[in-house]
Design a protein around this ligand. Structure first.
Ligand code: AMP
Length: 126
């Protein structure tokens, strides 16, 4: 079940601030508070969806289309205002996926080489 007290729900309600990059009826994009690359933006849907699985099973086709289009709109906006050609999109889902905030979000990371997709798997001791 969706937790209305999560930090992104509070940002959407205007209860805590964010550094807004872009907003429309379906999505909000803002700077990550703890950037992991020179540019690190989060794009979230305005509806109450805990992760991508929840979004794809409950959102309308319009919500899905507009949300995903917004990601590209945000990338174009970043490209126009800074060095943001080539970037990585990440969406973590659930505990094994490393998700901390239970409101669907896509990380846009760039402005420099972001490196390998994952760090190498730790060697198991035999
Ligand atoms: P995840 O681990 O995929 O759930 O990512 C959650 C992200 O939210 C992390 O990169 C955090 O740095 C970021 N974050 C947490 N609180 C805030 C906040 N108040 N404003 C902006 N970003 C935040």
């Amino acid at each position: 079940m969706y937790d209305r007290n999560n930090v992104f729900a509070k940002i959407l309600r205007g209860e805590i601030p964010c550094k807004k990059i872009h907003e429309n009826d379906y999505a909000l994009a803002f700077e990550d508070l703890y950037p992991q690359r020179r540019i690190h933006i989060l794009v979230i849907p305005k509806g109450e969806f805990s992760d991508l699985d929840d979004f794809n099973s409950k959102a309308s086709n319009k919500e899905i289309a507009e949300f995903f289009r917004t990601i590209t709109v945000v990338a174009r906006k970043l490209e126009a205002s800074s060095d943001f050609s080539g970037y990585r999109i990440i969406s973590n889902i659930g505990e094994n996926g490393g998700q901390e905030v239970p409101h669907l979000h896509f990380h846009l990371l760039g402005g420099e080489a972001v490196g390998k997709m994952l760090s190498p798997r730790k060697q198991k001791n035999i």
